[in-house]
Design a protein around this ligand. Structure first.
Ligand code: NAD
Ligand code: TDX
Length: 345
């Protein structure tokens, strides 16, 4: 089996590359990544010497390059993680989100049609369903929940999902889609909530919580997401969407307080800043379908996963300090320097 993993130098894609090389020693795994600000080749250093692994620096929008690679490698399975993934950046500059997330998906699927594959898998997100109200804890996203997006990021992911389903219906491309809730774990880029708060707390810097911090996210340990995708590409039904999430709902403010507690830092570091535009209130996945059909269940409880994650950031300071000292610094100033501080309660 030859598997192409796009976006494999990013957070979830890299964890998936490690998972596949460990779980299937006979598979050839090819990572395709453009190495944007979010891609970090050093993340893959431990597998670079593995004879079953190949890294190819390539933009998924580069049709000629993709066709050349498909012709050469003849992949059996393609899993598309490559995306612009940060909601705040999509609010600042939507265009690259439409290019990579929609047009890049189209180029990949065209390559799959031209050269033939057994499975194309699209890694999507629960954000395509929009958000749920805080006062209706009985409501969850199922695969039948209508698409109803809020940000340019989630709109671009939803556009890609529709295109994937259209390629299945129109061209009979053998596709599957997974829509997962918020991931956390090792190699999470330090612009996202959990790694940002860990890095700032360790440096005794303010912890910028958007608005009151009451927004709820449904957190899943990254390895549990990787196992779900592994099951879907091998056993999932073609043309189907699978929701992935572990009933782990947490308010942002509670996560930040937990990080302070684990690191022995004072909650006085918490600083409420101007809210995200169009900020989704609550995400909550109903994972009944993937559980019933494929037997998937999350294995890592949040209480254990967050401890493991914090320990990983303590043990791997070089990885994230290098990121923070680079381009990220300018980005941080741009995003937070202009946010007005607001007082709560
Ligand atoms: P990430 O931003 O950490 O990584 C994205 C990777 O894609 C980077 O390595 C980047 O260099 C690469 N990339 C970007 N544009 C590219 C292009 N044009 N061509 C080739 N490579 C390109 O993202 P992540 O958090 O690992 O998310 C991976 C996927 O999972 C995304 O599709 C995202 O929408 C989805 N997802 C993420 C979460 C989450 O909580 N992080 C939850 C659900 C779904
Ligand atoms: O500094 C911050 N302060 C803050 O309060 C940041 C970066 C975030 N937040 C809030 C916004 C969200 O309510 O924390 C929550 C989580 O924010 P992010 O880490 O940016 O994640 P989110 O917007 O929920 O999107 C993530 O999950 C779904 C991923 O980035 C997406 O790629 C995925 O599809």
């Amino acid at each position: 089996m030859t598997v192409i993993v796009t976006g494999g130098a990013g957070f979830i894609g890299a964890n998936f590359v490690f998972h596949m090389l460990a779980a299937y020693p006979s598979y050839r795994v090819i990572c395709v990544d453009k190495l944007t600000y979010a891609g970090n080749l050093s993340t893959l250093k431990d597998v670079m010497g593995n004879s079953n692994f190949r890294f190819v620096k390539l933009d998924i929008c580069d049709r000629e390059g993709m066709y050349k690679l498909f012709k050469e490698e003849k992949p059996d399975i393609v899993i598309n993680f490559a995306a612009e993934s940060h909601v705040d950046r999509s609010i600042e500059n939507p265009e690259i989100f439409l290019q990579t997330n929609i047009l890049g998906t189209q180029v990949l699927m065209d390559a799959c049609r031209k050269y033939g594959i057994q499975r194309y898998h699209q890694v999507s997100t629960d954000e395509v369903y929009g958000d749920l109200p805080l006062d209706r804890p009985d409501l969850f996203f199922t695969e039948e929940t209508p698409i109803h997006t809020s940000s340019p990021y989630s709109s671009s992911k939803a556009g890609a999902d529709l295109l994937v389903l259209a390629y299945h219906r129109t061209y009979e491309l053998p596709v599957t889609i997974s829509r997962c809730s918020n991931n956390y774990g090792p190699y999470h880029f330090p612009e996202k909530l959990i790694p940002l708060m860990i890095a700032n707390a360790l440096a005794d810097k303010p912890l910028p919580v958007y608005g009151e911090g009451l927004n709820v996210r449904d957190w899943l340990y990254v390895e549990d997401h990787c196992r779900a995708i592994d099951l879907i590409i091998h056993k999932g039904r073609v043309g189907e969407v699978y929701n992935v999430g572990g009933h782990n709902e947490m308010k942002n403010i509670d996560i930040v307080k937990l990080i302070c507690k684990e690191l022995g830092k004072p909650e006085s570091l918490i600083t409420h800043v101007e809210d995200r535009k169009g900020h989704d209130m609550r995400y909550a996945i109903d994972p009944t379908k993937i559980h019933n059909e494929l037997g998937w269940l999350p294995e890592t409880k949040f209480a254990d996963g967050i401890k493991k994650t914090i320990q990983w950031y303590l043990d791997n300071k070089d990885w994230w300090e290098e990121i923070i000292s680079g381009e990220y610094q300018n980005y941080y100033k741009k995003m937070y320097g202009e946010r007005e501080l607001i007082s709560i309660g």
